[in-house]
Design a protein around this ligand. Structure first.
Ligand code: ATP
Length: 538
């Protein structure tokens, strides 16, 4: 499947629109349309149901080191600025970026790639033709080399390409670089830090004291509420706190549809456990979260669980794995992150007790300024945990499965997109586009049609629709040829269509059609609700 086909379907059928489209859109922001909002809601609800509300704390789940409790939270988006200073986001949450002085484009330093090229008539040596990462990057870069020598330098004959695609980060002299949209060499600035947090102000006065940030992750709201949850509920370690909510990052190069947006939704769990068995809990969560995507229909070969190499690990992490998906906009063999599962040790709770930490040997120590004062002071509150039975007091370790609701929704859409050929009413083969979404995720669970808009069929169909609507999101359609109505529902990913036809009026049965197999069977019209319910559960 080409990404363009999915983007077109999403727009045509109301899954996703560009934000503020009538004003030309705003880069990195997206709106979910009538079908998209239901799909994303189902993704979030499946996560919340499977992780939180259906979790039985009395019985250890399969492959878990023991039983555990789960509760939820919903924290504010704007928090005390000290939260971000102690967590490290304020100082460290930066990407290196390069600006193009000529085109005014801004790029992530680690996401520009290119090939080296030369020409026997060009006197100034090799040129690095930078382009943005992507499946066609090598070809694009070679095209830029041809443009540079032939059109810009007016040289005859082809240039020579040296070696394969390389990252811009391996280039030492930026004066030899042709930036992605530039006509001149050397228009890129040296890489600079770019803080990804959106700033805002609270209250009437705009100054340093009133400056605040839109949260770049939901996790910190959980850490700073750890004590509140322990004190106000009877949860005992091990337990997890889950949260779903919006996060904001001023990404330098938002792209690939909703994959890298500036406003997105996260689904995060902070799981608190005893340091002694945190490695076992880490393995449990890593595998549990991977299986969740498989259960909802992401296939084995496009989905993978990848353990980070030691040099890739964050400075606090005792182990990290990513659940990744081979999105169609990536080059062959490349995967994009859906979720990170990290063993974060006691880093976060300690940071909010003591203040911003830095690594010192195998441990962490408070970061101090030249005068020996803490760079960012913690809350000073005691966030340790007392085991009432053993009287042991300790700082819990944390396992963090951190998923993106938008990336998961996009992966489910990519995986679901199918095309086949099916005969129309006249028996002629026609291309059919359908979304093979897991029934739990499908925006609409069933559609009800009268075959024709007469002979009492609409009346019966409306009655069935009314019954179904009380239980599931159902769609009623009596307009146009029935084949066209089926095709619209296939594109929306509706798993079942129920048709009232001539036979219904005689024997009270209706036809049910399956989106994927196109199998049709008849059931009594009074049994539609049970039939659909049973099939959605299967
Ligand atoms: P990336 O390396 O792709 O920028 P990350 O490692 O910074 O991602 P995390 O901080 O681990 O991401 O965030 C957890 C999850 O939040 C990611 O796995 C992803 O699903 C989601 N996420 C992060 N940034 C974005 C974004 N800009 N747009 C959409 N989803 C995002």
């Amino acid at each position: 499947m080409e990404m363009d086909q999915l983007v077109a379907l999403c727009r045509r059928r109301g899954f996703l629109f560009q934000s503020s489209e009538i004003y030309g859109g705003l880069s990195g922001f997206w709106d979910y349309g009538p079908l998209g909002v239901e799909l994303k809601r189902n993704v979030r609800e499946a996560w919340w149901h499977d992780m939180v509300t259906s979790h039985n704390e009395l019985v250890p789940p399969p492959r878990a080191p023991g039983a555990y409790e789960m509760v939820g939270l919903d924290c504010s988006i704007i928090m005390h600025p000290q939260v971000w200073k102690c967590s490290g986001h304020y100082d460290l949450f930066c990407d290196l970026k390069v600006d193009c002085r000529e085109s005014k484009g801004r790029y992530r330093y680690d996401q520009l790639v290119g090939v080296w090229a030369s020409h026997h008539r060009y006197p100034n040596g090799r040129v690095f033709c930078a382009v943005e990462e992507g499946p066609d990057a090598e070809q694009e870069s070679q095209k830029r080399a041809a443009w540079f020598f032939q059109k810009k330098m007016k040289l005859k004959g082809l240039g020579t390409i040296h070696g394969n695609l390389e990252k811009l980060t391996s280039v030492h002299d930026l004066s030899m670089v042709l930036a992605p949209h530039a006509r001149e060499l050397g228009s890129l600035t040296e890489p600079r830090e770019f803080n990804l947090m959106f700033e805002t102000y609270t209250g009437a006065v705009r100054n340093e004291e009133s400056k605040a940030f839109l949260r770049p992750e939901t996790a910190q709201g959980i850490f700073v509420n750890f004590k509140n949850v322990v004190d106000s509920t009877r949860v005992k370690i091990p337990f997890g706190i889950a949260q779903i909510g919006k996060s904001f990052r001023n990404e330098i190069t938002p792209r690939n549809f909703t994959f890298r947006s500036r406003e997105f939704e996260q689904m995060e769990i902070e799981f608190f456990c005893h340091p002694g068995n945190s490695p076992a809990w880490y393995e449990y969560w890593r595998d549990r979260r991977y299986r969740w995507y498989v259960e909802l229909g992401l296939s084995g070969e496009r989905l993978r669980l990848r353990d980070h190499d030691p040099e890739e690990l964050s400075h606090y992490s005792g182990g990290t794995a990513d659940v990744e998906y081979a999105f169609p906009f990536l080059a062959e063999g490349e995967f994009g992150e859906l979720e990170g599962v990290a063993h974060r040790g006691d880093f976060d709770l300690r940071s909010h007790m003591e203040g911003k930490l830095v690594r010192e040997g195998d441990d962490f120590a408070l970061e101090k300024d030249a005068q020996g004062n803490p760079c960012h002071r913690g809350s000073g509150k005691d966030l340790t945990y007392l085991n009432q039975e053993t009287k042991e007091r300790y700082t819990p370790h944390v396992i963090e499965p951190s998923a993106g609701a938008d990336r998961a929704t996009l992966a489910f859409l990519c995986e679901a997109y199918r095309e086949d050929e099916q005969p129309d009413e006249k028996g002629k083969l026609q291309k059919r586009v359908f979304l093979r979404l897991h029934p739990r995720l499908a925006p609409v669970k069933a559609a009800v049609f009268p075959l024709v808009k007469k002979d009492g069929m609409p009346e019966v169909a409306r009655e069935i629709y009314g019954q179904l609507k009380r239980h599931f999101n159902t769609f009623y359609d009596e307009k146009g040829a029935v084949g066209r109505r089926y095709r619209r529902q296939d594109e929306a990913g509706t798993p079942y269509c129920i048709t009232v036809d001539g036979q219904t009026l005689q024997d009270g049965t209706v036809t049910i059609r399956d989106r994927d197999t196109l199998a049709q069977w008849r059931v009594k019209k009074e049994e539609c609700v049970e039939e659909i319910r049973g099939r959605l559960r299967a």
